[in-house]
Design a protein around this ligand. Structure first.
Ligand code: HEC
Length: 312
């Protein structure tokens, strides 16, 4: 008897209530973990957890594929009672989905993800894990109930996977051809670099890249001028010796905006005089964000295009 057989026997010996407690407990653990380790856009260590997070991208494919295969075997075998193959695949897909979501929560927290789409993907993933668990709980039921539960789990997984796909690739993926085809069909010369304002997370996609290109060399982990770090949202809120770097909705009380909109000859002007000043669009983009308004697409595009090349 292999260890896997032993685990299988133990699971099989569980009463329905015990199995329910196991599935509910495992998934509530994911909820608690997601709340304890928020996706706040900050990259952090330890290295091991960051790497484990990266494995989300690999790990997720296995349970998704297995989940899809369960109904196929149900149809092949079409027994009133779930066969051993169906049981094994279903339990494996539920456990695998759970593990992939666990890595996903770490990936988001340790590797610097944030934004509405990330939140939707994260909670969609937890729901997919719960539904895959539910399907495995219903294995003792009749054929139709089992099938319905599997199809539901596949649906929830499909939704979460779609949002994940859009995060990795771009909005509309996979139902959109490559950029060249899209540009030709719109008769545009250059493909769009920036996602549209409705779908964009302005901090991570516009403001942070500007700060990284122009400010973080002096206000980051290595140098902390004015006691101010500008490499994460938390750090901006925490601020420096003059207090929080910005006050939502109030440009005048936001030192990071005040300093970039001074006369460049002013000694308080940022970045300091030897550095390239921000362009009008970059200042505007930061202003819109502080005011809590979406950054218009043309300003976002011009602001990002003017960024200093990333320092290696
Ligand atoms: C070459 C280094 C350098 C760069 C680049 C730079 N700063 Fe500064 N920054 C400083 C120094 C030095 C101070 C502290 C002296 C002062 O307050 O003027 C400072 C202070 C500040 C303060 C006040 C912090 C506080 O609470 O006291 C703000 C706000 C600020 N910088 C914003 C920015 C922004 C926004 C950028 C990017 C557009 C930027 N800085 C780029 C060197 C830099």
């Amino acid at each position: 008897m292999t260890p896997l057989h032993r685990i299988e026997e133990r699971l099989h010996a569980l009463t329905f209530r015990q199995a329910l407690a196991l599935v509910a407990g495992a998934n509530l653990f994911l909820v608690a973990l997601a709340l304890a380790l928020p996706a706040d856009g900050e990259m952090r260590g330890p290295a091991l957890l960051s790497i484990l997070g990266n494995f989300h991208i690999l790990a997720l494919h296995i349970p998704s594929a297995v989940l899809l295969v369960v109904p196929l075997f149900e149809f092949f075998e079409r027994h009133e009672q779930a066969t051993t193959t169906v049981r094994r695949l279903s339990v494996f897909s539920a456990a695998g989905t759970w593990a992939a979501v666990l890595c996903g929560i770490l990936h988001a927290h340790y590797n610097g993800f944030a934004g509405d789409a990330v939140q939707l993907h994260l909670w969609g993933g937890i729901a997919a894990s719960a539904f895959a668990g539910l399907a495995s709980l219903l294995l003792a039921k009749e054929f139709r109930v089992r099938l319905a539960a599997q199809v539901l789990a596949i649906g929830v997984m499909g939704f979460a996977a779609h949002i994940g796909g859009e995060l990795v690739h771009e909005e509309g993926f996979p139902f959109k051809p490559n950029k060249k085809v899209v540009a030709e069909s719109r008769k545009e010369e250059t493909p769009r670099v920036v996602t549209t304002s409705q779908k964009r997370d302005d901090y991570t996609q516009v403001v942070r890249p500007i700060l990284e290109a122009h400010c973080v060399s002096c206000h980051g982990a290595k140098k902390v001028k004015g006691k101010l770090r500008m490499d994460s949202l938390e750090a901006l809120k925490k601020g420096g010796s003059e207090g929080s770097a910005f006050v939502q909705g109030d440009l005048k009380k936001s030192p990071m905006h005040a300093r970039i909109s001074l006369d460049p000859k002013d000694e308080d002007f940022m970045p300091p005089k030897d550095e390239k000043p921000l362009t009008k669009e970059q200042v505007q983009a930061i202003g819109f964000w502080i005011e809590g308004k979406p950054i218009p697409d043309d300003i976002a595009k011009a602001a990002l295009a003017a960024n200093n090349p990333a320092k290696k």
